[in-house]
Design a protein around this ligand. Structure first.
Ligand code: HOZ
Length: 426
């Protein structure tokens, strides 16, 4: 495939935008080469600036669960846009989306809308600190909760892709309040909790991790976390920016059968427009301004266009919950197909999957945490990525990301993808 125009656009972008992108993973630094510039997208396909058609496995990193340019969402945005795009005043549609989200997700009474997953997680931690009166938090190495200061400590996603999981600019003062544990390692968390007794406000976790590839929590680990938090008066925050409204109507809380104290959202909840949210029981949410002392605000929070996209998206998912099963089946089909081919070729690999999230790691060892994920063979990953791209398959351009399947993908697309793996030489 030819990517001449994409490369020219990238060169021009680099003159005016740092690294030519507005979010680092997009720059292809991990895999080499120039990023693809998208012209448009429909259903399961991306159409780039060089006229190539690509099967999309990132779905805008999650939001486009029903495929690109999904008609009910697009129509809702158009209708709303004609009536004004921002007021900085309350609108009825905010309550409509809040009501629907609260009805779909277990264990939450109230929800506050913000503009991104980063904002949602940042605000959730402030709320947890305000509610408990404690300062410290525990996060897991390789989990990514957006780019606010408290989380750029051993962060996953782009932070680790570019070798700076601890970003310059985060002060020692902030870093000292973020304690780190290994994913799936309950003993480590327990030791941290006991060494910092009475000082920990919250444990924040991606209940199914997607920012060090896809990593599934063991039952013992996730249940143990819940029990530990309850016993020690620590709030358990589920960062469901990736998993919310993707693993099921009620997200990871529902499918894992674990109740979190605060849940954060992003991606699917905005239907492709910038929306984040955090939610909890009334007692916790009432600590937020204007009812309580914990401050949080935003000019574009609850923006009518974003709310209309989110409402159309959640309405569809609420009315057609069979989508979640169908996506999981497609993901399983892809898993089995790729695995069979790689086994036949004798390529050491691990495939992790949960619902419609999946990732391929080129290593012999089970991938259960950041350390095991980082052991993957990068050169092999890069040639796999480019080999697939050359055959019109767009995968996440880093081993530290998950694929997100969308409902518009057909079995023919999945078969084409598996055949593309067959054609690769390793
Ligand atoms: N941090 C996002 C994936 N985990 C990437 C966001 C983007 O580049 O759009």
């Amino acid at each position: 495939m030819i990517y001449k125009r994409s490369s020219a656009l990238f060169a021009e972008a680099k003159k005016y935008i740092p690294g030519g992108v507005n979010s680092p993973v997009r720059a292809f630094k991990a895999v080499g080469g120039d990023p693809i510039f998208v012209k448009e997208a429909k259903g399961a396909y991306l159409y780039d600036e060089d006229g190539n058609k690509l099967i999309d496995y990132i779905a805008s990193w999650g939001p486009m669960i029903l495929g690109h340019a999904f008609e009910p969402v697009i129509n809702a945005i158009i209708d709303k846009a004609k009536k004004g795009t921002s007021f900085g005043m309350p609108t009825e549609i905010e309550t409509e989306l809040a009501k629907l989200a609260v009805s779909m997700v277990p264990n939450i009474d109230k929800i506050r809308f913000v503009n991104s997953g980063t904002e949602a997680c940042m605000s959730a931690v402030r709320l947890a600190r305000g509610y408990t009166g404690k300062d410290k938090i525990i996060k897991f190495a390789g989990c990514y909760h957006g780019h606010s200061d408290s989380f750029l400590i051993q962060a996953g996603s782009g932070a680790v892709t570019f070798g700076s999981p601890n970003s310059p600019g985060v002060t020692q003062g902030t870093a000292k309040d973020t304690l780190l544990a290994a994913y799936n390692n309950l003993e480590e968390v327990s030791a941290l909790v006991h060494a910092n007794k009475g000082e920990i406000a919250a444990i924040i976790i991606e209940p199914v991790a997607g920012n060090m590839g896809c990593i599934v929590p063991t039952d013992t680990f996730i249940k143990g976390l819940r029990e530990l938090c309850t016993a020690e008066g620590i709030l358990l925050i589920f960062d469901e920016v990736m998993t919310g409204f993707r693993l099921g109507k009620g997200g990871a809380q529902e499918v894992l059968g674990i109740k979190a104290d605060i849940v954060t959202f992003g991606k699917v909840i905005g239907g492709g427009l910038p929306v984040g949210a955090f939610a909890a029981k009334t007692e916790i949410m009432n600590q937020l301004a204007p009812d309580g002392p914990v401050y949080q605000a935003g000019t574009l929070s609850g923006n009518p266009l974003a709310m209309s996209a989110g409402l159309a998206m959640l309405t569809e998912l609420n009315n057609r919950p069979e989508i979640f099963d169908s996506l999981a089946k497609k993901t399983e089909f892809l898993h089995e197909g790729i695995s069979k081919v790689l086994n036949k070729k004798g390529v050491p690999h691990q495939i992790n999957r949960f619902g419609s999230m999946i990732s391929v790691h080129f290593t012999d060892e089970p991938v259960v945490d950041f350390e095991s994920s980082a052991k993957g063979n990068n050169d092999r990953f890069n040639s796999y990525f480019h080999g697939m791209l050359n055959q019109g398959i767009y995968l996440p351009p880093s081993a530290f990301e998950s694929y997100f399947l969308n409902d518009a993908l057909s079995y023919a697309d999945l078969e084409k993808t598996i055949k593309a793996v067959e054609k690769l030489s390793f």
